[in-house]
Design a binder for this molecule. Sequence first.
Ligand code: PRP
Length: 205
Amino acid sequence: MITVALPKGRIAEQTLDIFKEIFNEDFQFKGRELILKKAGFTFLNVRNWDVATYVYHQAADIGVVGYDVLKELNLDVLELLDMKLGICKICVGGIKGDESYKNKTELKVATKLQGIAKEYFSKKGIPAEIIKLNGSIELAPLIGLSDVIVDIVETGTTMKENGLEVKEDVLDYVSARLIANKNSFVAKKPQIIELYERIEEIVNK
Ligand code: PRP
């Protein structure tokens, strides 16, 4: 039995579609069920930010998680494969046409990616106050909570519809990654490798 942690939403659906293709069976969480058992797998329906935690603590053997979250949490798990799903960037965003943020002595940065934002500005030698938010990050510069944001940009629609624009790229390629618990990888190596190879075949075809 292999336990797989999947992030609620589109990435979970796309990952279950991959399993469907491999095993020629339907994999779907029913209603609001959080556990799905099928074909020797137990799938856990968890929040995006919790996938790596389940894997790190070996509550799940493997998982699928966005590289942004993986980098931010910095947990000791194995990164096995780029699933090429949920592709996006991490950017500094600010009010369109307004470059005044460049002249601040200390930049106020709203983000849910605190570690990534902190590292980015510190490498540039720019003093930054990081303000942690949990969502709707684009709101912060509009009402003066921050000068800029550091956030995920996928289609760019959220920034555009709120009068913001990308100012700088922090990380220009972010995607969902297949990760494994280090002990599980040793204990269940043949099963995990076999699964990895079949997933790889599909994502790279
Ligand atoms: C993410 C991100 C941006 C948006 C970017 O938010 O924080 O707000 O998606 O996507 P776009 O470039 O295609 O518009 P999410 O939907 O996860 O919601 P939340 O962060 O507000 O919870």
